[in-house]
Design a protein around this ligand. Structure first.
Ligand code: GUN
Ligand code: ZN
Length: 420
């Protein structure tokens, strides 16, 4: 199953039962029946994936590398959670060996959950960012990441200055941008922790690294938004990025739970994307994501796990929570089908990351980034799938009941990266 046609624009779920894909050097070259493809290529190795579901690999558009070991810190709103849960752990990544261990946990967490592409919030420490890129390269993950920068209001050891930011970011981009599947993302943490001078340095890096992506946070929590308004002297939160050239088609801003209409209009005009992170929004009590308003303005939206405020790596869980949030909004919510959820977790993410020509669905010409979901016989998911009315119903059961434990195998560029 996949979603090559956008269901938010009327597209339907694509289902191919007992079908075959031919993959040559990591690219899907044919789709058809098994007999057709066997006749076409009688010498090919056959990988039998009957008795399960094959989906495109998930695309996580917002996830924090240094936070894998603190998932599940409940009971605090954003700024308290940062101070007491996230930032003490992030400071530990000053130690390169510690960072390397975290990178291994992190990349394993992603791929074992069916995620094959991710836009990753890196670390404040360049050597730690190196360990992330190195581990992603070793495993094969399609990663976009970079040095996280801040110069105010966080603990001292996480702060930098504009000159150092510029120098260290360019060094990392030189080492990793465009190398294999890795790309660089300019990453100011959020306006609360970044002065105008630091944002300007980020803007300079973004313009000097051709094809660089940009990512940050926006409009997540009322106290955060109020502090940003006080610090930035007029204008709105989205403008604090835009005025430094940090908002464009290559930008992904996470959360945007409390936008004004003017901010949504500017996001749409610039072609920026929003990473919707529903388990994080629920866990930190940030609020219910106004999806209908984003869609009405034409803002591109995809899914992010936001580990570690988010409660796990699985975009199945994020999809289900995205559905819940729209239900809870009542008339202000946008009703979501399982097809919408799959699209948000795959093709929409590929589009937000500028990778739609390579990944996001299983069309001919795309890279074979895929996952095989195969629940244990007799498990609730197995029972549900066997009794589903149709494919879309089966997909709903998968979002409701599926976990990383159901991900039997994962491929990136046709190569197995996790599972048997
Ligand atoms: N805003 C700034 N930093 C963070 C973070 O680490 N997590 C979340 N959810 N929001 C942030
Ligand atoms: Zn985040």
């Amino acid at each position: 199953m996949d979603t090559p046609a956008d269901p938010f624009a009327g597209g339907a779920l694509r289902v191919a039962s007992y079908a075959a894909l031919r993959v040559v050097d990591g690219t899907i070259t044919h789709r058809g029946s098994y007999d057709e493809l066997r006749a076409l290529a009688p010498g090919d190795e056959v990988v039998d994936l009957t008795d399960g579901l094959v989906l495109p690999g998930f695309v996580d558009t917002h996830v924090h590398f240094p936070q894998v070991r603190i998932i599940g810190g409940l009971g605090m709103p954003l700024l308290d959670w940062l101070e007491h849960c996230a930032l003490p752990e992030e400071a530990r990544l000053a130690d390169r060996d510690y960072a390397a261990g975290v990178a291994a946990d992190f990349v394993r967490g992603l791929v074992s959950s069916g995620t094959t592409t991710a836009l990753v919030f890196g670390s404040h420490f360049p050597a730690a960012v190196d360990t992330l890129f190195a581990e992603a390269e070793r495993v094969g993950l399609r990663v976009t990441s970079g040095l996280v920068v801040s110069d105010r209001l966080l603990r001292d050891e996480l702060l930098t200055d504009p000159e150092r930011c510029h120098k260290e970011s360019l060094e990392l981009a030189r080492r990793w941008h465009g190398v294999g599947r890795s790309r660089y993302a300019v990453t100011p943490r959020f306006t609360l922790s970044c002065s105008d001078e630091l944002m300007a340095a980020c803007g300079a890096v973004a313009s000097e690294v051709e094809g660089a992506r940009v990512t940050s946070h926006v409009n997540e929590n009322p106290r955060e938004i109020e502090t940003v308004a006080q610090l930035s002297g007029g204008g709105h939160y989205v403008d604090t990025y835009d005025r430094h050239g940090l908002l464009g088609p290559a930008t992904v801003l996470a959360h945007n739970v409390h936008p004004t209409d003017a901010e949504l209009a500017l996001l749409a005009e610039r072609g920026g994307s929003v990473a919707h992170c529903p388990t994080s929004n629920a866990a930190l009590g940030s609020g219910l994501f106004p999806l209908a308003r984003h869609l009405a303005h034409g803002v591109r939206v995809a899914l992010g796990s936001d580990v570690g405020a988010g409660t796990g790596f699985s975009l199945l869980k994020e999809g289900l929570q995205a559905y819940f949030a729209q239900q809870l909004l009542g008339e202000r919510g946008h009703p979501l089908t399982s097809t919408h959820l799959l699209h948000l977790a795959t093709a929409a993410g590929a589009d937000a990351l500028g990778l739609a020509e390579q990944v996001g669905d299983l069309s001919v010409g795309k890279r074979f980034d895929a996952q095989w979901l195969r629940p244990a016989p007799g498990s609730p998911l197995d029972v549900g799938l066997r009794h589903a009315r149709d494919a879309e119903d089966a997909l709903g059961r998968l979002f409701a009941l599926g976990t990383p434990g159901d991900v039997a195998r994962v491929w990136i560029d046709g190569e197995p990266v996790a599972g048997g």
